[in-house]
Design a protein around this ligand. Structure first.
Ligand SMILES: Cc1cc2nc3c(=O)[nH]c(=O)nc-3n(C[C@H](O)[C@H](O)[C@H](O)COP(=O)(O)O)c2cc1C
Length: 115
């Protein structure tokens, strides 16, 4: 805002919001990571940044069918049910700055209030 932005696109921070249906394992992994805790993962048609989980380490070491870990079943099992090694968990490098699970209101208040 100080530099004149009129809006901001927020992804990772809201995954950790209490209101978000993401599993606590996904949220906690984000809060526990340092800024080096994500990796770029090549999918078949695109590339995503994701949490550096054991699954992602395996994919990076021996390229495999990444879509199998990013289809609706894998996403439901990992993002929502918390089996974090069943699917690729998207997250930005900003993860290194996130250390708390807070409500959406607290997150916005902190950003706008600057506290
Ligand atoms: C759960 C999740 C799903 C995402 N899905 C997409 C997507 O389908 N397409 C895309 O371009 N980016 C996707 N992103 C990346 C967002 O574009 C990115 O998070 C956004 O630029 C905000 O950055 P931030 O996560 O550092 O706040 C996703 C991110 C998360 C956390």
């Amino acid at each position: 805002m100080a530099l004149g932005a009129q809006g901001v696109q927020i992804g990772t921070r809201f995954i950790t919001a209490t209101e978000c249906i993401a599993h606590i394992n996904y949220k906690k992994t984000i809060t526990e990571l340092r800024d080096t805790g994500t990796r770029l993962v090549d999918m078949v048609r695109f590339r995503i940044r994701a949490l550096h989980t054991p699954l992602v380490e395996k994919i990076l070491n021996s390229p495999m069918d990444t879509d199998a870990h990013f289809n609706i079943q894998a996403v439901e099992k990992s993002w929502i049910r918390g089996d974090i090694d069943s699917g690729i968990l998207p997250a930005g490098e900003v993860s290194g700055l996130i250390s708390n699970i807070e409500s959406a209101k607290q997150i916005i208040d902190e950003m706008v209030g600057g506290s």
